[in-house]
Write a protein that binds this ligand. Structure first.
Ligand code: F6P
Length: 494
């Protein structure tokens, strides 16, 4: 176990969102998303200042009251940390989040643009970059620089695709700061990045290389990033050590697969509220349950998953009334037209399946669109087949979480383009996300697999996740920071 560190964590979404309850009291709700959960244990073991965007109206009030300082917060479990909320100009934030980060960067990094038709890189896109993405990144960089002035020894830990430019801006003012960046989504191959005009794609890659450490979930994304650096910048990438030389500096590029906290999942899975949710699922389910749990994101490939299930039902009339697909989908990014349209496409595709096969007393596809994490954990315990058919996915934590608590030796059907596949592929049924016929066959194979084989595979996944847990992920990154600090030549304060 490494010693206690001074860390500045920077992410768009913070660990809490402030709100007012019905009596008008200020309350801090836990922020959404897997990243926040993953980083929580950092707060427990280290001196963390977390810099994040003010998301709600109440966040903005908190930010204004704090007058560009951090406030003291307490994490679940009692650990104290400092939270610095950055209130951006609302229009700038809209361009940054709804035009550049999602969909532009997200769609590039998940290969979601059908290039014959989209995107148009027009004045709007340039404007959103110059007046949205860059200024919001500058706000983050200013906040980091202010915190570094207070704690010059602290390591800065940027997260994700919202913050590609901030490291350049920090590096300009603080050349000796220790900077790391974790990219939680895939990295596309060089040709696909050429969707973006040269100055923008150059700024993205230069920004990441302004860090001392750049990390991805898999070797595949890391390899693509190294190729992109060579292709787009005048730098030398060493594909064996995975370091990039930028003049006199180095950036270490690492593959560190994120994981979950198995103990936390065990506790949640055994909680009364999850048991009640599970009872409800068990009471309504037929003999076999196929589960998917996702955000309503085009990268998750929900529509093709429904189509595959339709093909499966076509081919296996003997399974009618004996099987159900339960789709628990968290509505996501609905201010972005591509996402709103995709949610409509999901609903239409579900309708097609039910219109074709539904009978008195049997709903073949149960589509539930809401954010209910505890219900999802209850469903994790109940599935016979878990369908994870993402087009591309940085990791996909559902593939790790669900087999951990599953009580029926359910089988994981897993897209070869998820980060999780690099670790779990041997024990899953691998599918090509575009091959709906193959996915239908995989569903059949999973549902007819011998009990012993199902058990062997599920237990192997659970054992792997228990061994390679979130604590290991964090320790590996702190070790990477140590390595980078050594290169910079100054000892790390413990
Ligand atoms: O890594 C992708 C990610 O940023 C996750 O951390 C998070 O769960 C998800 O996307 C949600 O994104 P948003 O903040 O846009 O809702």
């Amino acid at each position: 176990m490494v010693g206690r560190r001074k860390l500045i964590v920077v992410s768009n979404r913070g660990p809490v969102i402030h709100d007012r309850d019905t009596s008008g009291e200020r309350v801090a709700r836990r922020g959404g998303g897997g990243l926040v959960t993953a980083l929580r244990s950092l707060v427990e073991h280290h001196d963390v200042t977390w810099i994040a965007s003010a998301m709600s109206d109440e966040d903005r009030v908190v930010a204004a009251e704090a007058e560009e300082e951090a406030i003291e917060e307490t994490a679940r479990g009692g650990a104290p940390y400092r939270l610095r909320l950055v209130a951006h100009d609302p229009s700038a934030y809209d361009w940054y989040y709804n035009v550049i980060a999602n969909p532009m960067l997200w769609f590039i990094q998940h290969y979601l643009w059908g290039l014959a038709a989209a995107p148009d890189v027009d004045h709007g896109l340039h404007h959103a970059w110059n007046e949205g993405y860059v200024p919001v990144n500058r706000n983050f960089a200013d906040a980091v620089l202010a915190e570094l002035e207070r704690e010059p020894e602290a390591a800065v830990f940027f997260h994700d695709y919202h913050l590609y430019v901030a490291p350049t801006l920090v590096r300009e003012q603080a050349p000796h700061a220790l900077l790391a960046h974790f990219v939680h989504i895939p990295w596309a191959m060089p040709e696909y990045w050429r969707v973006l005009p040269e100055p923008i794609r150059r700024a993205v890659h230069e920004g990441l290389l302004a860090n001392d450490v750049v990390s991805f979930h898999t070797q595949r994304w890391r390899q693509n990033f190294l190729r992109c650096c060579e292709d787009m910048l005048d730098v030398e990438a060493d594909f064996s050590t995975c370091d990039v030389r930028i003049g006199e500096r180095f950036a270490c590029v690492r593959a560190r697969p994120i994981s979950v906290d198995p103990q936390e999942f065990d506790e949640v899975a055994g909680s009364e509220i999850v048991l009640a949710e599970e009872e409800a699922i068990a009471a309504g389910r037929p003999e076999f349950l196929i589960l998917r749990v996702d955000r309503t994101d085009p990268s998750k490939n929900v529509v093709r998953g429904f189509r595959a299930y339709e093909l499966y039902l076509d081919a296996h009339p003997e399974m009618h009334e004996r099987v159900q697909m339960l789709a628990l989908l968290d509505p996501s990014r609905q201010d972005i037209p591509e996402y709103a349209e995709y949610l409509g496409a999901i609903q239409r595709a579900a309708r097609v399946v039910n219109d074709r096969f539904q009978r008195e007393g049997w709903v073949p596809l149960d589509l539930q669109i809401r954010d209910n994490f505890l219900q999802a954990v209850a469903a994790y315990k109940q599935f016979d087949v878990l369908l994870v058919n993402a087009i591309f996915d940085g990791m996909n934590l559902v593939a790790k979480e669900a087999p951990l608590v599953n009580a029926r030796d359910g089988v994981l059907v897993l897209s070869e383009n998820t980060g999780a596949h690099e670790e779990l592929g041997d024990w899953a049924l691998t599918v090509n996300p575009f091959d709906v016929a193959g996915q239908a066959e995989a569903i059949h194979e999973a549902l007819t697999m011998a009990a012993g084989e199902r058990r062997r595979r599920r237990e192997a996944i659970a054992a792997h996740v228990r061994e390679h847990d979130i604590a290991g992920w964090i320790e590996a990154q702190l070790a990477d920071l140590d390595e980078a600090r050594e290169r910079l030549g100054s000892p790390l304060s413990a």
